[in-house]
Design a protein around this ligand. Structure first.
Ligand code: HPA
Length: 268
């Protein structure tokens, strides 16, 4: 099942990067890129939301091997939670030690603006679903996994250093997962703020939890695409998400390149 991917590299990629809505162009940072559609990997569910089935993009960023995951399965598509997280288990089985999750998210924190980048320091699983529920297999990690550092501290430090080096403004905050597909009501956004959330979205938490349990290092960045419902007086649309992504594209790219450079000295 993995042969097709494993044949692409001599040593496993140092990181897998899940590309969120509007962030696909981050994969353009890769040289010698090879594209493999998800459908060519047996057992991997195909995402349905963005009009194509998703693809792996393997290439070299700052001379380091990197695997991009372009397209993700969302719970709101009606998929089972294990289908949502299947790609994380695959990436782990390939021997890739860390996962960089990106997404588009609404600002709950009223000081944020569309186009801002927010490093995820922690999350709130508000979905009522625990992606780790199920029969226990020791190989998957602990039965009752600790959640006190889902987003690996030293990767957060590297992201902050990269932001400093590139003079890119990087906010920090807590991401809250609502399943979607509806956007939140203004009352839900208010509640999220009271709970301590800074950004709201419909992904990322399941992948982060599964990667963490498998012992992977995890980091994440939300691209703030809009003010969440009720903060400003206009309805939300998916077009907004893509427009904000354009605003942040150059910043994200610079930050990402600097972050990947910092992995050169890290444990592979
Ligand atoms: N809410 C939930 N998910 C989102 C949003 C939002 O406001 N913006 C982008 N993804």
């Amino acid at each position: 099942m993995h042969k097709k991917l494993e044949s692409l590299w001599k040593k496993p990629p140092v990181i897998a990067v899940q590309l969120g809505s509007g962030l696909k162009s981050l994969a353009d940072t890769a040289t010698d890129a090879v594209h493999i559609p998800y459908e060519e990997i047996p057992g991997l569910p195909r995402p349905g939301v963005e009009g194509h089935g998703g693809e792996f993009i393997f290439g070299y960023v700052e001379s380091l091997p990197v695997l991009f995951l372009s397209g993700r399965v969302h719970y709101y598509e009606g998929k089972e939670i294990d289908e949502v997280t299947a790609i994380v288990r695959l990436v782990h089985a390939l021997g890739i030690p860390r996962l960089f999750l990106t997404n588009a998210a609404g600002a709950v924190n009223e000081t944020f603006r569309p186009g801002d980048l927010m490093m995820i320091t922690d999350h709130i699983n508000f979905s009522g679903i625990n992606p780790l529920r199920g029969p226990y297999h020791e190989k998957d990690g602990p039965r009752f996994p600790d959640q006190s550092e889902v987003y690996t501290k030293h990767l957060q430090e590297k992201l902050l250093q990269a932001a400093q080096e590139t003079a890119v403004s990087l906010k920090k905050g807590v991401y809250i997962w609502f399943t979607g597909p509806s956007y939140e009501t203004p009352a839900e956004v208010k509640a999220a703020r009271v709970l301590g959330a800074d950004a709201v979205g419909m992904s990322t938490v399941p992948e982060a939890m599964v990667a963490n349990r498998l012992g992977m290092e995890v980091c994440g960045i939300s691209m703030i695409s809009n003010m969440a419902a009720g903060i400003i007086d206009s309805p939300l649309s998916h077009e907004e998400v893509l427009e904000a992504a354009k605003l942040s594209e150059q910043n994200f790219r610079q930050l990402f390149l600097s972050f990947i450079r910092s992995l050169k000295n890290a444990r592979i």
